[in-house]
Design a protein around this ligand. Sequence first.
Ligand code: SF4
Length: 183
Amino acid sequence: MLGKYENFLKEFDSELQRYFLKEKEFIKCRKGCTDCCSAGEYPMSRLEAEYLMYGFVKLPKETKALIRKNIEELKMTKKTFDGERFLYKCPFLIEDACALYERRGTVCRTFGLAYLKQDGTIKLPNCANLGLNYAQNFDSSTGEVLLSDPIKKELTIDNILRGELAEKYELECGEIRPLIEWF
Ligand code: SF4
């Protein structure tokens, strides 16, 4: 299944490259920006979590130790959390970079893009509020989004992993959970 997933990722990444090219006037993503990995749930399927962990075992010993420490600390914090959504810094974010960039989840690959949702509204990346991607198309006082030709594909994990492309590669991704719940 991991081989099928890698083939799926090649095609999915090409699709995303086309989207990033189309949207380039709105995109401020740059190396060292960690906003997308600093407070989220990072939903991942069983297959994606497995793919990440195959990469994890090959990381240098020191990096693995840092990630293990991050995971243990997060699990402790989560035990005492009683809010609705547990948002956290991704444990794989090490020195302001993804330690498993090539193996990151499908949702991670869409970070930074805005897209049209099924209800007709536009989903903006969080960094629009920080003056980054799509900030010039967004009025934070009214919540109004001005985008004349948004990406017309809802880039949620369900749509990605249960959509046409996933069917083409006969992916069986399994259950989807927030990343921290895989540990
Ligand atoms: S896996 Fe990597 S890209 Fe995805 S949220 Fe974590 S640090 Fe960011």
